[in-house]
Design a protein around this ligand. Structure first.
Ligand SMILES: NC(=O)C1=CN([C@@H]2O[C@H](COP(=O)(O)OP(=O)(O)OC[C@H]3O[C@@H](n4cnc5c(N)ncnc54)[C@H](O)[C@@H]3O)[C@@H](O)[C@H]2O)C=CC1
Ligand SMILES: O=C(O)CCC(=O)C(=O)O
Length: 376
């Protein structure tokens, strides 16, 4: 028995070997069960949203937190945002299990990290949830403007994705217009729905799917006058439709050995974090001549806004930085093509360069460095 326990301990530390810190948060009163993962703080305090999802096991939740927080390190680096990678996950069904008390408890745990981790919304959580968390800690962002925050971060996220789509169209078709093209959107939540509405307004055709029927109904109601440009498909069907671009805007891990053979598109560009079940699938997409826009570059709009909020909200500054996603992604496509490597490898090299540069700067001692992180 003792031997088995020791083995599990070693496994756990191996699992988190690339991470600085992992915190398990348990509040019996509110039912909060959460994991905060801090991946790397080379660039600054860890920044990343909190996801709520009905994970089937603690193991699954931990793996999600680890991968998501690692992705945030890369996202901060490539977006040139002076923060590190972190993420929190809450185990529970966002449609049934949420309560203000749960988010206040989360706020207390975040506060206990004293600024090493700053968080806000992600899949399954909303700005309103974080109004409760913000009562317990100042290390919260992305709350409504009426509460002094920068508001809905899914707005800049959706804008960034649209810039990435234009860059993809430019690279593939030598014309960056969104008009007349066909997009397959998986997930019509905070981000996916905004993208779908914009694409319809721009004169595109969209295939859409969402596991929540009421989300589909409400979307169709919003775009009543565009019904001829929409086709709702069931879960698996979204991988099979003939479209220009597949847009994962829900869960991660959906580009894998089962789905890649089904894809009938020229590119994958979407908001979902960790779309590739693992990096080797970047090569499989390339073999199928499907261009992949690395998720953490194209979906950085929300991060750009919440990071900016910590210096004081400035919309123009945010919009300008979000617009730069167009150039970043176009350049990355060209670099990958010139070097004959996948877009994932090209992005990884760029992130490593940014982290190395900062590690070098961190060798320099001065007594009161980085006052900009002294959040009020
Ligand atoms: N909200 C933001 O600003 C950012 C979001 N992301 C990522 O984008 C993705 C979507 O985020 P949000 O729109 O904020 O989440 P959300 O929770 O508002 O919406 C997700 C939607 O996907 C649907 N869904 C879940 N599983 C599905 C499946 N298997 N097939 C089809 N639909 C499914 C849900 O019913 C929901 O309508 C997530 O992966 C998130 O991490 C990334 C960067 C920023
Ligand atoms: O967009 C947000 O509100 C949070 C940023 C984040 O966690 C992400 O980009 O995944």
């Amino acid at each position: 028995m003792k031997q088995v326990e020791q083995l599990q301990e070693v496994d756990l530390f191996q699992k988190i070997a690339n991470h600085e810190q992992v915190v398990f948060c348990n509040d019996r009163q509110s039912g909060l069960k959460a994991i905060i993962a801090i991946h790397n703080t080379t660039l600054g305090p860890a920044l990343g949203g909190t996801r709520m999802y009905p994970y089937s096991s603690v193991q699954e939740a931990l793996e999600d937190a680890l991968r998501l927080s690692e992705g945030m390190t890369a996202k901060c680096a490539i977006s040139d945002v002076d923060f590190g990678g972190g993420k929190a996950v809450i185990i529970g069904d966002p449609n049934k299990d949420k309560s203000p008390a749960m988010f206040r408890a989360l706020g207390q745990f975040v506060d206990s990290l004293n600024g090493r981790f700053i968080t806000g919304t992600d899949m399954g959580t909303t700005m309103n949830d974080f109004i409760h968390a913000a009562k317990e800690t100042k290390f919260i962002n992305g709350i409504p403007e009426s509460f002094g925050g920068s508001g809905d971060s899914s707005i800049p996220t959706a804008k960034g994705i649209l810039y990435a789509l234009k860059a993809t169209n430019q690279f593939l078709f030598h014309n960056n217009s969104l008009h007349g093209r066909v997009y397959a959107i998986q997930g019509l939540g905070k981000v996916g729905r905004k993208i779908a509405v914009h694409l319809l307004e721009a004169g595109a055709f969209v295939y859409v799917t969402d596991t929540n029927e009421s989300v589909i109904k409400s979307f169709l109601n919003e775009v009543r006058d565009k019904q001829q440009c929409i086709q709702v498909v069931s879960g698996e069907e979204i991988y099979r439709v003939h479209a220009d671009i597949f847009m994962p805007c829900a869960i991660g891990g959906i580009i894998n050995e089962k789905t890649i053979p089904l894809l009938n598109v020229k590119a994958v560009v979407g908001s979902a974090n960790n779309q590739l079940a693992c990096d080797k699938y970047a090569g499989s997409l390339t073999e199928k001549e499907i261009l992949y826009a690395p998720d953490y570059i194209v979906n950085a709009g929300g991060l750009i806004q919440i990071a900016d909020e910590l210096y004081g909200v400035n919309r123009e500054r945010v919009l300008e930085k979000v617009a730069s996603i167009y150039d970043t992604i176009l350049q990355l496509f060209k670099d990958a093509q010139d070097a004959n490597i996948t877009t994932v490898e090209a992005a990884r090299r760029e992130c490593e360069r940014m982290l190395d540069e900062q590690q070098h700067r961190n060798n320099f001692y001065s007594r009161s460095r980085r006052p900009k992180w002294d959040i009020k």
